[in-house]
Design a protein around this ligand. Sequence first.
Ligand SMILES: Cc1cc2nc3c(=O)[nH]c(=O)nc-3n(C[C@H](O)[C@H](O)[C@H](O)COP(=O)(O)OP(=O)(O)OC[C@H]3O[C@@H](n4cnc5c(N)ncnc54)[C@H](O)[C@@H]3O)c2cc1C
Length: 392
Amino acid sequence: MVGAALALALARQRFSVVLIEARKPTLRWDAEIHDRRVSAISRASQHLLQNLDVWSVIVADRATPYRSMHVWDRAGIGEIHFDAADLAEPDLGHIVENRVIVRALWQALPSAGVRVLVPTQIRRLTIGDDGAEIRLDDGQVMQIGLVIGADGAASQVRMLSGIGCRSESYEQQAVVATVHAELGNRSTAWQRFMARGPLALLPMQRDLFSIVWSTSPDEADRLCAMPASAFNSALTEASESRLGQLTLQGERAGFPLRLQHAEQYVRPGVALVGDAAHVIHPLAGQGVNLGFLDAGALVDALIAGRDRGRAPGTLRTLRSYERQRRGHNTATQLAMDGLKHLFSNDSGALSLVRNLGLGAAGRVAPLRRVFERLALGDAVDLPTLSRAARRQ
Ligand SMILES: Cc1cc2nc3c(=O)[nH]c(=O)nc-3n(C[C@H](O)[C@H](O)[C@H](O)COP(=O)(O)OP(=O)(O)OC[C@H]3O[C@@H](n4cnc5c(N)ncnc54)[C@H](O)[C@@H]3O)c2cc1C
């Protein structure tokens, strides 16, 4: 998602772009079957996709706006509910299947002039002072002004360019699935914090939800392996039946959760964006939203560098990108980390803080504001592409 958006944005800004992708993405599917992988797209990400002229394609395909969010805690005392109307917003964001975003972006790449090479990978990367030479699987060699690693958490570009990465397991797995809710979706995103991790229910079309159930690896394995009827009961109980009976639609899958941060985002001739640079807990669904902000900030930095006559791979150009994004990504990682620990620790004192926090937040503020801002993605100095649409 992040690499394709960045390729499109740079091509639209008259940079010459080659997209190298290891796996051909799925561009056709049965509309009745929903992708298990979805993203809660913030307002800032929506603006970026609007500015790239793909948002209308995404909405025409399938995107579900959600107008309220309800967060509660297993102790059952503290609750936060907030509504788009209170913030004078039409909605708090949209839930979109990842493949819908990828397809809209991929369909726009050829006419923007992006050269797409798929499926292939980089075999060798040689970095010079202000650019790089890459050799692909098929022996093809290219001189590139800047290699951008948008190749996810196990980034090959990060490894080949010798950039270190701090990585730590959360000792949790996220179980993802699509489920039907007896009481319908009510355009509301739900999140319940439990001892082993949060359960998020993200509204999809009709009466469907996409769930992200973070829990211990053993419990996740058990939830993925148990018969569907037992899973339905466990999930309905975990959601305290707030949406009535929940019924699994299709397959379940588990994703191990990690906290990761690259030691640098840039080297001469190399930049990292999205999960290649940072991976956070999916709680509050911020991963791809941060990645889109990286993409927007890198576009701004490269345009500013070009205006000053600098080559794209020069460190002076790239450092302004790193300066703009590292602080915000670190702060978001810490916030997610703090929330995760706050809500998963069983000590009595923390439980008290939690309940006081959620109870107070429901009426007034700080925690509530954190969730609102995360949903809308308006808490940072936004890159040009992430600001309100220049044209629809
Ligand atoms: C359970 C779960 C739920 C989530 N929910 C949300 C949410 O609601 N909202 C949100 O914002 N984020 C969410 N995230 C995070 C989000 O999915 C990621 O942040 C996002 O997918 C990162 O996008 P990316 O484009 O940087 O990387 P990726 O999506 O990992 O894409 C990397 C691309 O690079 C390609 N690639 C990999 N290696 C190579 C190679 N060697 N050569 C060439 N190509 C290569 C891959 O094929 C892929 O196309 C969630 C994550 C999880 C695990």
